[in-house]
Design a protein around this ligand. Sequence first.
Ligand SMILES: [Fe+2]
Length: 305
Amino acid sequence: MIAVLLSLQRLDVPITMSSPFDLTNESAYQQWREQKLAQAPRAIEELIVDVRDPRALSEAEHGALMQRIRRCNMAIYASAAHEEDSSIPRLLGRQFGLDHLDANWLADEDGVSEIQVSGGTRSGFIPYTDRPIKWHTDGYYNPPRRMIRAMVLHCVRSAATGGENRLMDHEMIYLLLRDAEPDFIRALSAEDAMIIPERTDEDGVARAAQSGPVFSLDEKGALHMRYTARTRSIEWKQDEPTLAAVAFLDELLATDSPCIFRARLEPGMGLLCNNVLHDRAGFSDDPGHPRLLYRARYYDRIAGM
Ligand SMILES: [Fe+2]
């Protein structure tokens, strides 16, 4: 019992015996696992919902998106909203209880980032280039009080070629890791599993070092994942269980797993998700018509799960 309490406290969750994410509660896990696998989408088409206007969804459109999100923490909408209007992700998010935007210093004043090939300061950050971005969850370098729980990515213009995203439900990753070896979960839930070293600029420390777990639970018991496949600017705890878990995860993400979806967002399409794991392929722009995506990141998790 003492061990159970300690591990729950370390994960900073309410003491409940019914969490499927409690390693000591095998029956709750098995029940959750069975349902998760039975509901899991098997093709990207199952995630896509046609909507008239993402800024003002009908009840049926909202329900169809929620149905996907409950199954796999993500949904893709397709609409005719092609115009440059950064209120689109904010107004969409609001309909799903997403109110608290993470306005990072590269975001515009309304808290929405315009992801496009940019010059100046932004060009030092991969999202603002045409280069590929490895698997990650958004805001993995944020401190815990700025944990990114949900995200909207809306496409205004797609690239001439490339720019696809791969997507994977972080709960499915948890499931596959735990099935393979429960010690992987234990290792990746440690507070010191992953360290992002400080970032410095000409003025000194621009971001303090961040140490934290890959898997954690929020106050309501929802699973959160913090991860990057980058090998630079990241330090993994140098012990056997952590390194074995990271190696397993790397291999899993390099496979053709049916749980990994591939999508290319076209104009008017967008991704709404509980910060699932994703990457981005490199791309090339038509200079007169450069790729533009709006990105909104939230401290909230999608409501009504
Ligand atoms: Fe991202």
